[in-house]
Design a protein around this ligand. Structure first.
Ligand code: ADP
Ligand code: ADP
Length: 233
C-alpha cells in the first residue's frame, strides 16, 4: 500500500466572509521509495499541500493516511510526534542554528527523540559523512557555503531515518553549482531507496524526480497515482 495517501483533501482558508479553497479535493498516492516532485504556478496550493503532507497542518475535509495511520484529525501534539518520527524536512532557507556547529545542528532531531548523547554524536557524524561533509562537522553554518549548509540540512533530515524526506524549494537559494550538488545528493538518496517528496517551481529540478505531480488551482491535474499509472501526458 501507499506510504502516503490523500483522499479528497480540501483546505479552506476563511478571511472575514471570504473563503479560499487552497486545496479543492486532492487525491494523491506516493509509494515507498518513490521520488516525486510537486510543481505548479504560484498560488496553486503547493505550500498548503506541503504543510498537510508534512503534518504541519490538517485538512479541512478529506483524509490523509501516512504509513498506514490516519493523520487528518490529529491535534498539534500528536501531529508533532508524527512529524518527528516519520518526516525529515529540508527548507529553502536551510533553517540551521547559526551558533551551533554542523554536527550539533544535525543531532537536534535526536535530542527531541530522546536519544543518548553518545549515540547522537555518532549518528550526526555518520549523517554528515553520508552527505560528504564528514570533515566539516565542527564548522558553523557561517563557515560553510550555501550548498554545504543545505547538505547539513539534508543530513539533519536523514539523521532520524525518516520514512520520507520532504523538501520545499531546496535549491531556491542556491547557485547552479550548489544546486547540482544537492540534486546529485537527492539522486543518491533515491537510489538507496529513500522516499523523497520535493516541492519546486523550477522545471529543471522537477525533471530529476521519477514522477511529477502538477498542481493547479488547488487540484492535482497531472501525475496523480502510484508508480503504476505515472504517465506524464
Ligand atoms: P503556492 O505555494 O503554490 O504558491 P499556496 O498554497 O501558498 O500556493 O496558496 C494557495 C491559495 O491559498 C492562494 O490563493 C493563497 O492566496 C491562499 N492561501 C494560502 N495560505 C493562506 C492563508 N493562510 N490564509 C488565506 N489564504 C491563504
Ligand atoms: P518557504 O521558504 O518555501 O516559504 P518556509 O521555510 O518558510 O518555506 O516554511 C514552509 C512551512 O514550514 C511553513 O508553514 C513554516 O511554518 C514551516 N516551517 C518552517 N521551518 C520549520 C521548522 N524548522 N520546523 C517545522 N516547521 C517549519
Amino acid at each position: 500500500s501507499a506510504l502516503l495517501e490523500l483522499d479528497e483533501v480540501r483546505k479552506i482558508y476563511t478571511t472575514g466572509s471570504v473563503e479560499v479553497a487552497a486545496l479543492a479535493g486532492v487525491d494523491l498516492q506516493v509509494h515507498e521509495g518513490e521520488y516525486v516532485a510537486v510543481i505548479g504556478p504560484s498560488g496553486s496550493g503547493k505550500s498548503t499541500l506541503m504543510n498537510i503532507v508534512g503534518c504541519l497542518d490538517v485538512p479541512t475535509d478529506g483524509t490523509y493516511r501516512l504509513a498506514g495511520e490516519d493523520v487528518s484529525t490529529l491535534d498539534e501534539a500528536r501531529l508533532a510526534d508524527v512529524r518527528n518520527r516519520l518526516i525529515g524536512f529540508v527548507f529553502q532557507q536551510f533553517n540551521l542554528l547559526p551558533s551551533l556547529s554542523a554536527w550539533r545542528n544535525v543531532e537536534l532531531p535526536l535530542v527531541y527523540a530522546g536519544v543518548s548523547r553518545d549515540e547522537r554524536r555518532a549518528r550526526a557524524v555518520a549523517a554528515l559523512e553520508r552527505v560528504g561533509l564528514g570533515d566539516r562537522a565542527e564548522h558553523r553554518p557561517s563557515e560553510l557555503s550555501g550548498g554545504q549548509q543545505q547538505r547539513v540540512a539534508v543530513a539533519r533530515a536523514l539523521v532520524t531515518d525518516p520514512a520520507m524526506v520532504l523538501a520545499d524549494e531546496p535549491t531556491g537559494n542556491l547557485d547552479s553549482r550548489s544546486t547540482a550538488d544537492v540534486l546529485a545528493l537527492f539522486d543518491e538518496l533515491s537510489a538507496m531507496g529513500r522516499t523523497i517528496v520535493l516541492i519546486t517551481h523550477e522545471h529543471e529540478v522537477a525533471e530529476r524526480a521519477h514522477r511529477r505531480i502538477v498542481v493547479r488551482d488547488g487540484r492535482v491535474v497531472e501525475g496523480n497515482g502510484g508508480p503504476g499509472n505515472s504517465a506524464d501526458s
